[in-house]
Structure formats: C-alpha cells, structure tokens
Design a protein around this ligand. Structure first.
Ligand SMILES: [Zn+2]
Length: 163
C-alpha cells in the first residue's frame, strides 16, 4: 500500500530497517518522524519501532536539496520538493493541474475539426471587419477587436481541448 502523502527521511531509519517518514498532510497530529511501516499500517506501533519528535531531532528529509536525492523510500526514488508540495494540495488545485495538462499541450486537428475552426475564424473576421468599417477609430475600437479575437480563440480552444 502506497501513501502518496508520506515524506521519507534521506538516510535515517527505524531500528527495524524501514525509513523514517511523516505524513505531510497530517503534521499537526504527529509532529515526529515515525517508522514508515507503522505509518503505512503494516505493523502496530510499539517500542520496537522508532519515533523522533521534530522538536528534538533534526532529521533530513528526502526533499531537501542537501540530501542530493538520498532517500529511505522503498524503491529509492526521492520525492522532489515540488512533488512534496503537490501531494499537499487540495482537490481543487489537483483538478486544475489535471486541466493544465489539457490546456498547455499541442492538439493536432482531428477529423472534421479543421473545417469548424475555419468557420469560427471566418465569422470572427466578418464581425471584426464590420466593427472596423462601422466603428470609430479609438481605444474602444481596439478593445472590441481584441475581444473578438479572444472569443475566436476561446471558441477554437473549446474544440481543441475538449474533444
Ligand atoms: Zn520500524
């Protein structure tokens, strides 16, 4: 069983050999480095497994740059500081990160999409031309063109990102 919120020590281990760890989302509760097997629920807490209060021991975490990637995490791949932060984020921001994967990636046109993009672009250009021909040159007119431009981009993006 993997706990995504566990942060492991760089080198310090419980006397049983398992790495020390703490739950990043639950720091107030424990305030200590604890045998990771205990935290994972694999074994019951007992005197055979170590617990080091933060206030009394300065134990280096795998996220610290000075750990140089050292970790007691099973598998031996240290969590980076950014991954540590991501693990602590709440659901809304995790969803936004998922959404970013869709937003900030190239979407090659799929079957039939190119024609629809073109229709939207053409309608936007007609609207923009109408605005330029009939409006009065001014900062407002420039903003109007920008707004049409954005509407066109958003409309095309709605296809690219969601289909
Ligand atoms: Zn232990």
């Amino acid at each position: 069983m993997e706990n995504l919120h566990l942060l492991y020590s760089a080198t310090a281990r419980c006397r049983c050999g398992a790495g020390l760890a703490y739950d990043e989302t639950n720091i107030g509760k424990n305030n200590a480095w604890v045998c990771s097997r205990v935290l994972l629920g694999e074994i019951e807490p007992s005197q055979d497994h170590d617990e080091y209060p933060f206030s009394m021991y300065d134990i280096k975490s795998e996220c610290q740059p000075s750990a140089y990637g050292a970790t007691t995490r099973p598998g031996g791949v240290a969590k980076t500081r950014e991954q540590g932060r991501i693990a602590m984020l709440g659901e809304p921001r995790v969803k936004m990160l998922e959404r970013n994967k869709e937003l900030f990636v190239y979407h090659p046109p799929k079957e039939g999409q190119a024609e629809r993009y073109e229709r939207i672009r053409r309608a936007a250009k007609d609207f923009a031309d109408t605005v330029v021909i009939n409006g009065c040159p001014s900062p407002e007119l420039t903003l109007a063109i920008r707004a049409i431009e954005e509407a066109m981009m958003r409309a095309n993006q709605s296809i690219a990102v969601n289909e």
